[in-house]
Ligand binder design. Structure first.
Ligand code: G3P
Length: 219
Protein backbone atom coordinates (compact mmCIF):
# COMPACT_ATOMS: atom_id res chain seq x y z
CA UNK A 1 0.00 0.00 0.00
CA UNK A 2 1.36 3.39 -1.00
CA UNK A 3 1.26 6.31 1.45
CA UNK A 4 0.03 9.75 0.40
CA UNK A 5 -0.28 12.79 2.62
CA UNK A 6 -3.68 14.46 2.96
CA UNK A 7 -2.68 18.08 3.39
CA UNK A 8 -2.21 21.43 1.65
CA UNK A 9 0.34 22.69 4.19
CA UNK A 10 3.66 22.87 2.39
CA UNK A 11 5.63 22.78 5.67
CA UNK A 12 4.03 19.48 6.66
CA UNK A 13 4.32 18.08 3.15
CA UNK A 14 8.00 19.03 2.88
CA UNK A 15 8.75 17.40 6.23
CA UNK A 16 6.92 14.16 5.38
CA UNK A 17 8.61 14.05 1.96
CA UNK A 18 11.93 14.27 3.80
CA UNK A 19 11.15 11.00 5.61
CA UNK A 20 11.31 9.21 2.26
CA UNK A 21 7.89 7.57 2.55
CA UNK A 22 5.63 9.80 0.45
CA UNK A 23 4.34 8.70 -2.94
CA UNK A 24 1.65 11.33 -3.47
CA UNK A 25 -0.54 14.04 -1.98
CA UNK A 26 -4.26 14.76 -1.82
CA UNK A 27 -5.72 18.19 -1.11
CA UNK A 28 -9.21 19.62 -0.90
CA UNK A 29 -10.66 23.14 -0.57
CA UNK A 30 -11.04 22.78 3.23
CA UNK A 31 -7.35 21.89 3.60
CA UNK A 32 -6.30 24.79 1.33
CA UNK A 33 -8.53 27.19 3.31
CA UNK A 34 -6.73 26.21 6.54
CA UNK A 35 -3.39 27.35 5.07
CA UNK A 36 -4.64 30.90 4.38
CA UNK A 37 -2.87 30.75 0.99
CA UNK A 38 -4.20 30.74 -2.57
CA UNK A 39 -5.12 27.45 -4.21
CA UNK A 40 -2.63 27.96 -7.00
CA UNK A 41 0.25 28.81 -4.67
CA UNK A 42 -0.43 25.70 -2.57
CA UNK A 43 -0.62 23.41 -5.61
CA UNK A 44 2.48 24.89 -7.27
CA UNK A 45 4.54 24.39 -4.10
CA UNK A 46 3.23 20.85 -3.55
CA UNK A 47 4.06 19.84 -7.13
CA UNK A 48 7.63 21.00 -6.59
CA UNK A 49 8.04 18.84 -3.46
CA UNK A 50 6.00 15.66 -4.00
CA UNK A 51 7.26 12.99 -6.33
CA UNK A 52 3.95 11.38 -7.33
CA UNK A 53 0.29 12.15 -8.03
CA UNK A 54 -1.08 15.37 -6.53
CA UNK A 55 -4.88 15.56 -6.29
CA UNK A 56 -6.41 18.99 -6.91
CA UNK A 57 -10.16 19.54 -6.51
CA UNK A 58 -12.42 20.76 -9.31
CA UNK A 59 -15.26 22.86 -7.90
CA UNK A 60 -17.48 23.65 -10.89
CA UNK A 61 -21.12 22.50 -10.69
CA UNK A 62 -21.14 20.99 -14.20
CA UNK A 63 -19.01 18.62 -16.24
CA UNK A 64 -17.90 21.27 -18.74
CA UNK A 65 -16.58 23.46 -15.95
CA UNK A 66 -14.81 20.57 -14.21
CA UNK A 67 -13.15 19.56 -17.49
CA UNK A 68 -12.00 23.15 -18.07
CA UNK A 69 -10.58 23.30 -14.53
CA UNK A 70 -8.92 19.92 -15.01
CA UNK A 71 -7.28 20.96 -18.28
CA UNK A 72 -6.06 24.12 -16.63
CA UNK A 73 -4.59 22.34 -13.57
CA UNK A 74 -3.00 19.65 -15.77
CA UNK A 75 -0.95 22.32 -17.56
CA UNK A 76 1.01 22.81 -14.33
CA UNK A 77 2.33 19.22 -14.46
CA UNK A 78 0.62 16.73 -16.81
CA UNK A 79 2.34 13.77 -15.11
CA UNK A 80 1.52 14.56 -11.48
CA UNK A 81 -1.71 16.56 -11.52
CA UNK A 82 -4.73 14.40 -10.71
CA UNK A 83 -8.04 16.21 -10.93
CA UNK A 84 -10.28 15.48 -7.98
CA UNK A 85 -13.84 15.15 -9.24
CA UNK A 86 -16.75 14.89 -6.80
CA UNK A 87 -18.94 11.81 -7.33
CA UNK A 88 -22.19 12.55 -9.18
CA UNK A 89 -23.67 12.40 -12.66
CA UNK A 90 -21.83 15.56 -13.82
CA UNK A 91 -18.70 14.21 -12.14
CA UNK A 92 -18.93 10.94 -14.08
CA UNK A 93 -19.20 12.85 -17.37
CA UNK A 94 -16.16 14.92 -16.41
CA UNK A 95 -14.15 11.82 -15.44
CA UNK A 96 -14.87 10.22 -18.82
CA UNK A 97 -14.00 13.42 -20.72
CA UNK A 98 -10.76 13.91 -18.79
CA UNK A 99 -9.78 10.24 -19.26
CA UNK A 100 -10.20 10.74 -23.01
CA UNK A 101 -7.78 13.66 -22.75
CA UNK A 102 -5.30 11.48 -20.78
CA UNK A 103 -5.77 13.60 -17.67
CA UNK A 104 -5.75 11.60 -14.43
CA UNK A 105 -8.75 11.83 -12.09
CA UNK A 106 -9.52 10.97 -8.48
CA UNK A 107 -13.25 10.50 -7.89
CA UNK A 108 -13.83 11.93 -4.43
CA UNK A 109 -16.65 11.80 -1.87
CA UNK A 110 -17.35 8.13 -2.61
CA UNK A 111 -19.66 6.66 0.03
CA UNK A 112 -21.16 3.51 -1.56
CA UNK A 113 -20.06 0.50 -3.62
CA UNK A 114 -22.32 1.53 -6.52
CA UNK A 115 -20.70 4.98 -6.63
CA UNK A 116 -17.33 3.25 -6.68
CA UNK A 117 -18.38 0.98 -9.58
CA UNK A 118 -19.65 3.90 -11.66
CA UNK A 119 -16.49 5.95 -11.09
CA UNK A 120 -14.29 3.03 -12.18
CA UNK A 121 -16.37 2.44 -15.30
CA UNK A 122 -16.22 6.14 -16.18
CA UNK A 123 -12.42 5.78 -16.22
CA UNK A 124 -11.30 7.25 -12.88
CA UNK A 125 -7.60 6.69 -12.22
CA UNK A 126 -8.33 6.72 -8.47
CA UNK A 127 -11.42 6.59 -6.26
CA UNK A 128 -11.52 7.94 -2.71
CA UNK A 129 -13.88 6.24 -0.27
CA UNK A 130 -14.20 8.49 2.80
CA UNK A 131 -13.76 6.06 5.67
CA UNK A 132 -13.95 8.40 8.69
CA UNK A 133 -17.06 10.21 7.47
CA UNK A 134 -18.90 6.88 7.07
CA UNK A 135 -17.76 5.76 10.53
CA UNK A 136 -19.05 9.10 11.85
CA UNK A 137 -22.61 8.18 10.84
CA UNK A 138 -22.45 4.63 12.14
CA UNK A 139 -21.46 2.84 8.92
CA UNK A 140 -18.38 0.67 8.48
CA UNK A 141 -16.18 2.84 6.24
CA UNK A 142 -13.54 0.18 5.80
CA UNK A 143 -16.08 -2.29 4.42
CA UNK A 144 -16.51 0.07 1.45
CA UNK A 145 -12.75 0.07 0.87
CA UNK A 146 -12.70 -3.74 0.94
CA UNK A 147 -15.70 -4.01 -1.43
CA UNK A 148 -14.18 -1.57 -3.91
CA UNK A 149 -10.80 -3.33 -3.88
CA UNK A 150 -12.46 -6.70 -4.32
CA UNK A 151 -14.34 -5.81 -7.46
CA UNK A 152 -11.54 -3.71 -8.95
CA UNK A 153 -8.98 -6.46 -8.49
CA UNK A 154 -11.50 -9.21 -9.31
CA UNK A 155 -12.41 -7.64 -12.65
CA UNK A 156 -8.85 -6.57 -13.42
CA UNK A 157 -9.69 -2.84 -13.52
CA UNK A 158 -6.92 -0.27 -13.37
CA UNK A 159 -8.49 2.19 -10.91
CA UNK A 160 -6.62 2.47 -7.60
CA UNK A 161 -8.47 2.80 -4.30
CA UNK A 162 -7.31 5.63 -2.03
CA UNK A 163 -8.55 5.07 1.53
CA UNK A 164 -9.38 8.67 2.54
CA UNK A 165 -10.76 10.51 5.55
CA UNK A 166 -8.48 8.42 7.77
CA UNK A 167 -8.38 9.70 11.32
CA UNK A 168 -5.94 7.48 13.27
CA UNK A 169 -3.19 4.86 12.78
CA UNK A 170 -5.60 1.95 13.18
CA UNK A 171 -7.48 3.19 10.11
CA UNK A 172 -4.23 2.90 8.13
CA UNK A 173 -3.63 -0.67 9.33
CA UNK A 174 -7.20 -1.62 8.51
CA UNK A 175 -6.91 -0.01 5.06
CA UNK A 176 -3.84 -2.15 4.35
CA UNK A 177 -5.69 -5.27 5.54
CA UNK A 178 -8.61 -4.35 3.26
CA UNK A 179 -6.17 -4.22 0.33
CA UNK A 180 -6.36 -0.46 -0.35
CA UNK A 181 -3.83 0.45 -3.03
CA UNK A 182 -3.14 3.77 -1.28
CA UNK A 183 -3.90 5.44 2.05
CA UNK A 184 -3.98 9.23 2.19
CA UNK A 185 -3.06 10.26 5.70
CA UNK A 186 -3.12 13.53 7.67
CA UNK A 187 0.33 14.70 8.85
CA UNK A 188 -0.60 14.24 12.52
CA UNK A 189 -1.47 10.58 11.89
CA UNK A 190 1.68 9.98 9.79
CA UNK A 191 3.75 11.18 12.74
CA UNK A 192 1.82 8.95 15.17
CA UNK A 193 2.61 5.96 12.94
CA UNK A 194 6.33 6.38 13.64
CA UNK A 195 6.05 6.54 17.42
CA UNK A 196 6.02 3.73 20.00
CA UNK A 197 6.79 4.13 23.73
CA UNK A 198 8.92 0.96 23.69
CA UNK A 199 11.05 2.44 20.91
CA UNK A 200 11.58 5.62 22.96
CA UNK A 201 12.39 3.59 26.10
CA UNK A 202 14.74 1.33 24.13
CA UNK A 203 16.68 4.27 22.69
CA UNK A 204 16.98 5.88 26.14
CA UNK A 205 18.35 2.64 27.65
CA UNK A 206 20.81 2.01 24.82
CA UNK A 207 22.09 5.59 25.12
CA UNK A 208 22.45 5.30 28.91
CA UNK A 209 24.37 2.01 28.57
CA UNK A 210 26.52 3.42 25.79
CA UNK A 211 27.48 6.34 28.07
CA UNK A 212 28.59 3.84 30.75
CA UNK A 213 31.09 2.11 28.46
CA UNK A 214 34.56 3.56 29.18
CA UNK A 215 35.47 6.16 26.52
CA UNK A 216 38.21 3.99 25.02
CA UNK A 217 35.70 1.18 24.46
CA UNK A 218 33.05 3.25 22.69
CA UNK A 219 34.34 2.70 19.17
O1 G3P B 1 -9.06 12.92 1.91
C1 G3P B 1 -10.30 13.35 2.38
C2 G3P B 1 -10.14 14.03 3.67
O2 G3P B 1 -9.42 15.22 3.54
C3 G3P B 1 -11.42 14.23 4.40
O3 G3P B 1 -11.11 14.02 5.71
O4 G3P B 1 -11.36 14.12 8.13
O5 G3P B 1 -12.45 15.85 6.67
O6 G3P B 1 -13.33 13.52 6.72
P1 G3P B 1 -12.14 14.41 6.88
Amino acid sequence: MKLFIDSADIGEIREAAGWGILEGCTTNPSLVRKTGRSFRDCVTDILAVVDGPVSVEAVSPDAEGMVREGEDWAKLDPEKVTVKIPMGLEGLKAIRALAERNIKTNCTLVFSPTQAMLACRAGASFISPFVGRLDDIGHDGMELVADAVEFIDGYGLETEVIAASLRHPLHVIEAARAGAHISTIPFKVLKMMAVHPLTEAGIRKFNEDFAQIPAAGRQ
